[in-house]
Structures are given as C-alpha cells and as structure tokens.
Design a protein around this ligand. Sequence first.
Ligand code: SF4
Length: 437
Amino acid sequence: MRSIKGVLRRMAARAEAFVKGTAFDCRSCGQCMLSQTALICPMSCPKGLRNGPCGGTIGGMCEVYPDRQCVWVRIYEHTAHGGTDTPKLNPSPDAALFFTSSYANWITGLDKAGTTPLAYLDLPPHRVAQPLATKSRLEAALKSGRFVKTCEIRSPRNADFARLDKEIRAIQGHFDAVNATAYLNGKPSLPAARSCIELLRFGMEPVCQLTCRDVTKTSFISELIANDANGIHNVLCLTGDSYAGNPRIKQVFDMDSSLMVYEARHLREKGVIHFTGEAMKEAPRPFIGVAINPFTTPMDVPIRRLKQKAAAGADFIQTQLVFNLPAFEEFMRRFCDEGLDRELFLLAGVPVVISKGAMEMIPRVPGVDYPPEVRRRLESAKDLREEGCRLAKETVAAVSRMPGVRGVHLMLFGADHSVLPDIVGELGNPIGGTDAR
Ligand code: SF4
C-alpha cells in the first residue's frame, strides 16, 4: 500500500519534471544546478557531465550531436562574464535522488551533497618546480627540465601479446613514457592496466588511461590501488569518446574527468578516499594526467577547463591532435599568459599518419581540428608513410619552439610503430629508457 506522503512526493516530482522538462530540458536529477549554470541544465549534456566540456567538442559544438551547441560551452559563455576565473568544481550528483523533486530536496537539504561545489585542495603554487612527489619516471623526466617524448600503444582487442610485444619492441628505449589505451570507442579490449604491465616488462614507463565513461568511483580507486601494486605510477584521466551511443553501452559518468583527478589527488595528498571519507594506509600516489582540446572555441573555454583540472590536482596534460599549428600557437600563448605553464606540464599531441584507412578516419575523430590544407597535403601524397612522417617531424619541430610546451605525445594513425623513434630522434634519448630486452 502506497503512503499518502509517497504519492504526494511522486506527484510533485512528475509535475516538476513536466514543467522544467518543457522549459529547461530537465532530466530530473533531483539536485538542481540551474541557479549556478545560467538556467542551462548540465544534465542535458549527452554525457550528463556536471563539469565540462569533454574533449570531443569542436567549434563550440557537441561531440554526440554535432548539430547542437555544446551544453558546457553555452554554460561557460553565460557565466564567464568575460573573465577566465577557475570554475567551481561541481560534485557528482547523488544517484539516489534521481527522479525525485529537486524543490523538495532543496527544502529538506537533501540536495546539498550534489550541489555544493567541492573545496579545492590546498596545493602549493608553481607546482612544476616542486620536488618529486611520486615514483613516476615521467614526473622525474619532466622535472629534469629536458624535452620529453611519449607515445601510445593500442591495447589489443584480445590477448594478442605477440602483436603487443612487437609494437613495444619497436619503440623500446626511445620514449620517456608510453600510454596504454583504454577501451577505444567503448569497445572491449585488453584492460589498459594489463598492457601497462607488458610495457613494464620491457623496461618502459607506462601511463594507464582510464575513462569515466567506463568506471565508477569505486572501480577507479580500485584500479589505482592495483596499478600501485603493479608499479604503474601514471594515470591519464579521460572522459571517453561516445561515438553517438554506438556500441550501445551504459556509459557510467559517475564522475567527469575533473572529478577523477580530484579523487586521485585527494588520495595522494591526504591518504583518504574522498567519496567515502575512509583513510587508506600506503595509499597510491599516482602522477596524474589529463587531456585538453585546445581547439574548442571560444578559447576561454579550454583555458578555464584547464584551470579547473589544475586546481583539482592534475600534473600533466596531453593535448588533442595538433594539425592546426597557428591555432595551437595562439592557445599556448594564452596558456602561458594565464600562468598555467607554472602549474602543468604540457605535452603536445602530434599525429603520425601513415595508413590510408586510418587517415580516412581522422575527420570522424571527435574534437579534431583538421585544416583543409593539411588534409589535402596528406590525401594527395604519393607516399603517405613518408609524407605523414615528414608532417609529424615538422610539427614536433614547430611545437618544441613554443613556450610552455614541455614535450610531445605521438599518436599513430597506422599499425607500424617502427616509424615513431625516428620522428623524435633528434630530441635525444630518454633517461633510463634504454633497457634492451
Ligand atoms: S540540474 Fe537536475 S533538476 Fe535542474 S534542470 Fe537539470 S536535471 Fe533538472
């Protein structure tokens, strides 16, 4: 038998959902943010991010629905008031309040945990000059002041260690750190952490990618514990691409990428799991990376988003693919002007396009700024492998001259990793990465 109180609550929730759904595209989260987001509902972001935008937005448009303006770009436009202040860090919504009345939750105070911005950690200024804080060899390389080189391996779709080991051997000893990708496009693969163990076996420093599309807070912290136990000391906190819901999976988004950073840094600084409040002995101390899309417009948006990620506790950034050098140079100027170069190590994402099939995918990669002249150059190349490597070398040379760029992160469009060492060859050998197995 339903209680009168329960019936009234449900009626209030339905009436609110109807009215606010019509007026604000409300998704009935039950802990309303409209007063802080210029009456634009953050839950109408297809990823439901409480802090955004994700890296898939380009030209101010949404990754999932390219004909719609990005919800978070709109929120920034309406709340920035011409400034570039660090945005507040919104907490995750409490799932227990979904489909309840936000007015009722506001009156009872139940909504507070989901609407009160988190207090940023008290981190020292000029963080790039602070002593080493983790066991990461990438941190040591970056803090040594030399120009750093990283690249990535694609975690195989099955337990194909022969292929994985071949990729690793091709780059062994030439890079300061190597990312292992996590469930690209939301499709199953060998977990990134297992690929990282393979990198360690070859004496290489791994960066474990994790996406909030695929992990809850519980599984995220658990992954950090497992990584710590396995000697993996770098994590890259990503949103995860969407591919418009294909394949059809439940996308988790228990956190956004800024909240992942906050959880990881809170654990490292305080030895306490933020979301449970529990202390942990021998807590993991990861070196924390994030991604940013410098080509999101207006440029204040990625600058403010980076400030938020820095304040949440990020140590380093790997950028979206740099095809548009003038736009990237402008971004780097803003990055330094805003003082972000004193807080974050930035690695420029350099595309290495060597395969025709992979090249044809570039326009469909979320968030990529692919100028027509660069596209024509690659598409009309007689020898794509040669031209793709030449373009990558030119990009490395150009970004290495830009103030604030601390290194490059090569991203291969093709299958032959043996081309990568030559592209960064003139930058010198990484320290301690020459273990020949
Ligand atoms: S923040 Fe929550 S309650 Fe407010 S409009 Fe959006 S979904 Fe509805």
